[in-house]
Design a protein around this ligand. Structure first.
Ligand SMILES: C[S@@+](CC[C@H](N)C(=O)[O-])C[C@H]1O[C@@H](n2cnc3c(N)ncnc32)[C@H](O)[C@@H]1O
Length: 416
């Protein structure tokens, strides 16, 4: 592996240690492994000078889309997770504050009249498998009340604004251990003492998000727009026109959901409350979620790694292969939609499997080079602790922990 020291280096100016990462609509909703807005902002400034279009093939909650919009660039994103799409849509939508305030007042009046028994609407209870395992009766009733109010909102943009605050309230008032991305139920002792203020929580979030929206409206003085798709970026991405994108800014998953970050599990309760189908199957649909038989991937570095892991553990090798196979297809698709001289900026992590480091930054670079891109730079940054827990649970076994990565690699390539 030839490495040019001048192109790949540690640069702590990308750490943004003391930066406020929750400005504007970035404050709307928490999500695992969110991109730091300052990274997206700087990448767009450096590589998207005259850009008109940005694409994020794993847009999550839309950090790079918001930053593109703030810089007057039209943004396209896709994500398989419906909850993430909802958040991304809300974050990139301007709402008139006066209209929002009318709804916020109506919501408060509604809760007041409920709490004081003035009104008793005919609430339809939400039901899904295991709902009583994750929610106490009181919480379930309060969430159903909030959902009933939100469903009565006719204005789709206002509805999304409320749904995002509702979604975060669902997770916080559930019996899950909030410090984990995966779904683990609280201990019996914790459950006995758990009495969340559901109405207080959603009101806090609505007020916080209103401040973020106000700042976003003040800052965004252009007519840029966003379109969010639901397609799998490793399959067919024909919705995005070939050679139409000036810059891609994205942070792909570090690996399959089962052994790295479980986006599906993190979002499952919200997705179920919001009525999205197949919420419990989501992790199987994300990159690497379906196990494939090991074949030649077409990228030597991947095949050599998979062979090395297979010597130690055939199943883990299959998991790693399946992830990279999807990743290779996704980059092949993404390369087609980028314009000549356009840039791809990938923020990736190099995880370890069976004591073997998987150099996803090098793999990203090689796959793009195979598709006619020139390698420019890799900036290596430290991941601040607050973004990812320093330890996570890579399996479903409670208490089994592994150290997560503490470095990220920002890989820059340009289409020739
Ligand atoms: C690291 S997160 C992106 C976070 C995002 N940058 C943010 O700030 O919120 C990776 C995302 O990739 C999505 N994803 C995984 N596989 C995908 C696929 N095949 N197609 C589209 N999205 C996928 C996951 O649902 C997750 O939201």
């Amino acid at each position: 592996m030839i490495m040019n020291a001048e192109q790949k280096y540690i640069d702590i100016s990308w750490d943004f240690r003391s930066a406020n990462t929750k400005q504007y609509t970035h404050c709307y909703h928490n999500y695992p492994a969110m991109m730091i807005p300052q990274i997206a902002h700087r990448l767009i400034e450096l590589y998207g000078k005259n850009a008109k279009t940005l694409f994020d093939p794993y847009c999550g909650t839309g950090t790079s889309l918001v930053e593109a919009n703030l810089q007057g660039i039209n943004a396209f994103g896709t994500d398989i997770n419906p909850m993430a799409r909802l958040i991304a849509e809300a974050k990139t939508t301007l709402i008139e504050l006066q209209i929002l305030d009318l709804y916020l007042k109506e919501f408060n009046d509604f809760l007041f009249s409920l709490v004081f028994g003035i009104q008793k609407p005919n609430i339809v209870m939400t039901n899904f498998k295991n709902i009583d395992f994750w929610f106490t009766k009181e919480v379930k009733e309060k969430l159903a009340v909030i959902k009933w109010f939100i469903n009565s909102i006719k204005d789709e943009n206002i509805k999304k604004f409320f749904l995002v605050a509702f979604s975060e309230t669902i997770r916080e008032s559930s019996l899950t251990r909030n410090s984990e991305f995966k779904l683990y139920r609280m201990s019996e002792k914790q459950r006995v003492n758990f009495n969340p203020d559901v109405y207080g929580a959603i009101n806090y979030k609505l007020a916080r998000n209103r401040i973020g929206l106000k700042d976003y409206i003040t800052q965004k003085k252009n007519s840029s727009e966003t379109k969010i798709y639901a397609f799998d970026s490793s399959k067919n991405i024909s919705e995005i026109e070939e050679e139409s994108i000036d810059i891609v800014v994205t942070s792909p998953p570090y690996g399959d959901s089962k052994t790295t970050v479980a986006y599906g599990q993190f979002s499952r309760l919200s997705n179920q409350w919001l009525g999205f189908e197949n919420a419990s199957q989501l992790d199987n649909q994300l990159m690497g979620g379906k196990l494939q038989n090991i074949k030649n991937s077409g990228i030597d570095i991947v095949d050599n790694l998979v062979a090395k892991i297979a010597d130690k553990d055939e199943k883990r090798a299959k998991e790693v292969y399946s992830f990279y196979k999807d990743y290779i297809n996704s980059i092949s698709n993404v390369s087609k939609v980028i314009k000549k001289n356009g840039y791809a900026c990938y923020v990736v992590g190099n995880r370890r499997v069976k004591d073997i480091t998987l150099p996803t930054d090098e793999i990203t670079k090689y796959i793009f080079q195979e598709h006619g891109f020139e390698y420019k730079n890799t900036f290596i940054r430290n991941i601040p602790n607050k973004r990812m827990p320093s330890k996570n649970s890579p399996t479903n076994e409670i208490g089994k922990k592994a150290t997560t990565m503490n470095k990220e690699y920002i890989v820059i390539v340009q289409k020739q």
